[in-house]
Design a binder for this molecule. Structure first.
Ligand SMILES: *Cc1c(COP(=O)(O)O)cnc(C)c1O
Length: 407
């Protein structure tokens, strides 16, 4: 590559350093971001882009939301970490507020989403043995095909995506697959050893796949009837994204266990949680589970502010209205370089016509026009703007997409 200016050189240097010294576990799109504000980011050359990915919904409130920055800054100079060897004055208020938002009793704080999923599995197994009476080491968890729950060895072990799992076994046993969206298959898969059903109410990484209407209600009924925990992985779908606090709210359904992460940390730091009633989370005893950073006061201060912002309902309302706006504009692209569109709130999966190119091709061409999206599974691009985005900005972004699709 030849550099044409000093700033070009800086950008090439940064990408080269990353390529040489960072493991190639990602294949990033060719843009080097150095600043962010609201729904917009700026690259090292000063070029601006509308962020339609929001770090996979971790940035639901946008880059540098003033209320979240204030919460972080105030806490940063006071106290950041105690470990759970001691109490800190932020964990209790955060947990109380989050439990209340979820309509549950208790919170188990962790850091990343994958840790929340792992914790959910441990809780389900412990509940299965100690409450349901499943024989030792026999507990199973029913999961869906096409799932994405994170990247640890146990979790990729129950993925059915070869890229996620091939070459990383042996895997933990105890998981049973059923097709996503098929409630009858869940009922058929349940037996006396089933501790939980673990699903994403909407499958994000799979390409924003919406289950058929009534699926979540049916899962709820089946779990209740069979004394099985319904665990909803709302790590990407929750916290305002779909126009409700949780994707389960779309069907008026309350799972036994919520798994939360991503936006819970306000896009500032990793913060995840398992939220459930005392009858479930109460099974975990001191010393059986933990995390050095889990429940740290800095994360809790930010998380508390996130919960307070969600309590107003403002972001959910925005996501619903803007989502309808976006859906109408994306629907107009079907037949014009787009084969299908799936939308839930401000979250869309857009299937690109192979005649136009791959999802990656479209994402790369959009970069040149100042729009950031991310491809998934070859032909799909995912659109998940910060919920602070404006309708006019969405219109502009869809116009850029239309131009790119028109070639
Ligand atoms: C991102 C995601 C995870 C994993 O979260 P990490 O913070 O990346 O570990 C788990 N479940 C779902 C549904 C996700 O979208």
């Amino acid at each position: 590559m030849t550099a044409t200016s000093g700033v070009d050189t800086a950008m090439i240097r940064v990408i080269a350093d990353e390529h040489e010294h960072v493991a190639h576990n990602y294949h990033p799109l060719p843009v080097v971001i150095s600043r962010g504000e609201g729904a917009w980011v700026t690259d090292v050359e000063g070029k601006r882009y509308l962020d339609l990915l929001s770090a996979y919904s971790a940035l639901n409130f946008g880059h540098g939301h003033p209320a979240l920055l204030a919460a972080a800054q105030e806490q940063l100079t006071r106290l950041t970490l105690t470990s759970r060897a001691y109490h800190n004055d932020r964990l209790g208020p955060f947990a109380a507020a989050l439990a209340d938002l979820c309509g549950k009793d208790m919170v188990l704080p962790m850091n990343t989403g994958a840790e929340a999923v792992e914790t959910g599995i441990k809780v389900a197994r412990a509940w299965g043995y100690r409450v349901k009476g499943i024989a030792p080491d026999a507990a199973t968890v029913v999961v869906a095909t096409g799932n994405f729950h994170g990247r640890t060895t146990t979790i990729v072990g129950f993925s059915d995506d070869p890229q996620a799992r091939d070459g990383f076994g042996p895997f933990a046993p105890g998981f049973v697959h059923v097709p996503f969206g098929d409630a009858a298959a869940i009922e058929a898969a349940i037996d006396a050893n089933t501790a939980a059903v673990l699903i994403e109410p909407i499958q994000g990484e799979a390409g924003v796949i919406l289950p058929p209407e009534g699926y979540l209600r049916a899962v709820r009924e089946i779990c209740t009837k069979n004394d099985v925990l319904f665990i909803a992985d709302e790590i990407q779908s929750g916290l305002g994204r779909v126009g409700e606090t949780f994707a389960c709210d779309r069907e008026g359904v309350v799972p036994d266990v919520y798994l939360l992460g991503k936006a819970l940390g306000g896009g500032i730091l990793p913060l995840s949680a398992v939220v459930a009633d005392e009858a479930v989370l109460g099974v975990i005893r001191p010393g059986e589970h933990g995390s050095t950073f889990g429940g740290n006061p800095l994360a809790c201060a930010v998380g508390l502010r996130v919960v307070e912002m969600l309590r107003t309902g403002e972001f959910q309302t925005r996501a619903k209205a803007l989502g309808e706006h976006l859906e109408a504009r994306l629907a107009a692209l079907v037949g014009n370089g787009v084969t299908a569109v799936r939308v839930a709130g401000l979250w869309a999966g857009v299937d690109i016509d192979p005649a136009v190119g791959t999802g990656r091709d479209v994402a790369e061409r959009l970069i040149a026009r100042g729009v950031l999206v991310k491809d998934t599974h070859g032909q799909t691009i995912r659109i998940a703007p910060p919920l602070v985005v404006r309708a006019t900005e969405l219109d502009w972004a869809v116009e850029q997409l239309r131009v790119v699709l028109a070639g």
